[in-house]
Design a binder for this molecule. Structure first.
Ligand code: MD3
Ligand code: FE
Length: 207
């Protein structure tokens, strides 16, 4: 038994993507990585490297470095090329669950290996919080933590497994959340092991 967080706008679709669909998503991610290799972002001010490796598809890519801080950029920080388009099979998941007339403008690809984790935070680098964030988990299972819209108050832990999809709309769009840990070896999907999370977002205000 696991109670779902009581945050309005949080929707959980466990096992939405079957094994074949997960393999197709992985192939799409690998094609993006060919053009836009994963890199290690650095925290603002401290310059400390994040444990999660990242890349992006879509017009905008989420990025952070020591001097520029959290932001969206339109080119890969190392190759200088525009980000690859969001693969059609990933856009199809947004169309299935987002209930949003606009198309996503960013697909952030997080790669968790070697004990990588993500501290509790809000996603608020976008201009518009009206559209939801859609999250797709692939590979090793993760313990995910979801809180409310302030740092005060409780949080809940839940496991995210390969093929699970989460939609954060409404009040949940600004909920605190993070990844406490990844359960190494819990899936055989990702070559070399690890977890991949895709987050689909709108970045600019809808016209
Ligand atoms: C958005 N990623 O990249 S995604 C991130 O599994 C991020 O890699 C995590 O948080 C990951 O910013 C979690 C799922 C998620 C969960 C709750 C949210 C995204 C959310 C709440 C509000 C907005
Ligand atoms: Fe986040």
């Amino acid at each position: 038994m696991s109670a779902l967080p009581s945050v309005d706008g949080f929707r959980f679709y466990p096992g939405l993507l079957d094994a074949a669909h997960q393999r197709a998503m992985l192939a799409a991610v690998q094609a993006v990585w060919q053009a836009a290799p994963p890199y290690r972002p650095r925290m603002p001010k401290s310059g400390q490297p994040m444990s999660v490796m990242m890349s992006n598809a879509g017009r905008f890519g989420w990025y952070t470095d020591k001097d520029g801080g959290y932001r969206y950029i339109e080119r890969h920080p190392q190759t200088g090329r525009p980000w690859p388009a969001i693969p059609a099979e990933i856009l199809a998941v947004w169309d299935m669950v987002a209930q949003c007339p606009q198309v996503p403008q960013c697909c952030l690809i997080n790669l968790y290996r070697d004990g990588a984790r993500m501290g509790l935070h809000q996603d608020r680098d976008e201009e518009d919080f009206a559209a939801p964030v859609v999250s797709i988990s692939l590979g090793d299972e993760a313990m995910f933590r979801l809180g409310g819209t302030t740092r005060k108050g409780g949080t809940r832990a839940m496991k995210l497994r390969s093929g699970d999809v989460v939609v954060l709309g409404g009040a949940a769009r600004l909920a605190f959340h993070g990844i406490d840990r990844v359960l190494a070896g819990s899936s055989r999907l990702v070559p070399g092991g690890g977890r991949i999370n895709l987050t689909l977002r709108r970045v600019t205000k809808a016209e």
